[in-house]
Design a binder for this molecule. Structure first.
Ligand SMILES: Nc1ncnc2c1ncn2[C@@H]1O[C@H](COP(=O)(O)OP(=O)(O)OP(=O)(O)O)[C@@H](O)[C@H]1O
Ligand SMILES: [Mg+2]
Length: 339
């Protein structure tokens, strides 16, 4: 069954999935989540979410990218049925979240922000308990398979409180997957983890997507959003300030190419400015943006003839980091806006 077929909807509103095929297929669902003008205001005058509209396609990894306080958790918690919006409308699987969340809940998995497992339960015990709460029958084989699938095969009997940060998040994801959800919310799944653990989780998330599950992810890591997402909404101060695939965003808000002069400083910027070449400093290097790739050759020639002693020169494409800086006017470091 193709991905498109996997998301056909029956008249009795049930989604046809590979796991639970239903015979009566009536119409196709183009978006798994539709959000229109969603707002959440806190008195006296905080607009945590301020008129957000989104359409999220099935089978994708959709990232909500933004700094601390942007409104990411508020937005996803509304979609998770945990907070009431002040105004606006949202449907999930075509069902209005304000009417019948019960029907949505059993088809959704949630990893909350800052998830911590039960300290004194092993992963196996935690999943048994979780399955019990969901009223689901899971054999020990099912639980072993779920733990293997998230990469916790060798930690089945570890104590929750003794596991590493990355292992804890993996257990949280296993718990979120217990009901074989069609839609998975991951609120900052990699925050605070070391680079190796982050990459491990990226691979896990890509694997979950491959199996056909739609993933809505919040993050303040620009590289994470760029690497993992099919679609990104950049959020700031409660609003979506840009939306598109990472490539679209880079094409729209990034300068085409950057020439990096390695190992030079402000004197190089001044020297280039004397020759009307705009540049800026970045991590101990000087960067010259070139908006039209056709001008690269001439710019290389100009730079080679100037008396600036650089150690190396290379080009790099702009990243979501540059897009964010261009859009918001500040850099983002561990969720904090700087500069
Ligand atoms: N229950 C509440 N009452 C009042 N203000 C709240 C409440 N919950 C959240 N806020 C405020 O709403 C804004 C958005 O918070 P939210 O947690 O959604 O941001 P976020 O993008 O998830 O940030 P982070 O990256 O730090 O998790 C913040 O200013 C926060 O202080
Ligand atoms: Mg948050």
């Amino acid at each position: 069954m193709s991905m498109a077929e996997a998301w056909e909807i029956t008249e009795d509103e049930g989604i046809v999935t590979q796991a639970y095929p239903r015979r009566e297929v009536k119409r196709k669902l183009k978006a798994i989540i539709e959000v229109e003008g969603l707002s959440k205001h806190y008195p006296p005058d905080l607009k945590a979410v301020d008129g957000v509209s989104l359409s999220i396609k099935p089978g994708q990894v959709f990232s909500i990218l933004g700094p601390n306080g942007a409104g990411k958790t508020t937005a996803v918690e509304i979609l998770e049925g945990l907070r009431e919006p002040t105004s606006g409308k949202a449907t999930i699987f075509g069902i209005d979240i304000s009417h019948d969340y019960g029907k949505i809940r059993k088809r959704v998995g949630i990893l909350p922000q800052n998830f911590e497992p039960f300290e004194n339960l092993t992963p196996v015990e935690a999943l048994e308990y979780w399955a019990h709460l969901f009223n689901m029958t899971k054999t020990s084989k099912d639980i072993d398979a779920l733990l293997e699938s998230v990469g916790l095969g060798s930690k089945k009997k570890a104590m929750g409180g003794k596991m590493s940060g990355g292992e804890k998040r993996k257990l949280g994801i296993a718990m979120a997957l217990i009901n074989d959800p069609e839609l998975l919310f991951l609120d900052e799944p990699t925050t605070g983890l070391d680079p190796k653990a982050r990459r491990d989780l990226w691979a896990l998330i890509q694997g979950i997507k491959k199996k056909g599950t739609t993933v809505v992810l919040t993050t303040h890591y620009l590289d994470e959003a760029e690497k993992l997402s099919d679609d990104v909404a950049i959020m700031n101060k409660g609003k979506v300030v840009a939306r598109g695939t990472p490539d679209e965003l880079i094409g729209r808000y990034g300068k085409e190419t950057l020439i990096v002069l390695v190992g030079v400083g402000q004197s190089a910027v001044d020297e280039l400015a004397r020759r009307s070449i705009v540049s800026h400093r970045e991590n101990g290097n000087v960067v010259v943006p070139v908006s039209n790739p056709k001008e690269l050759r001439t710019m290389f020639a100009k730079l080679s003839s100037i008396q600036v002693e650089f150690k190396d020169m290379y080009t790099r494409r702009q990243t979501l980091e540059d897009v964010f800086l261009n859009l918001v006017g500040q850099k983002m470091d561990e969720g904090v806006l700087r500069g």
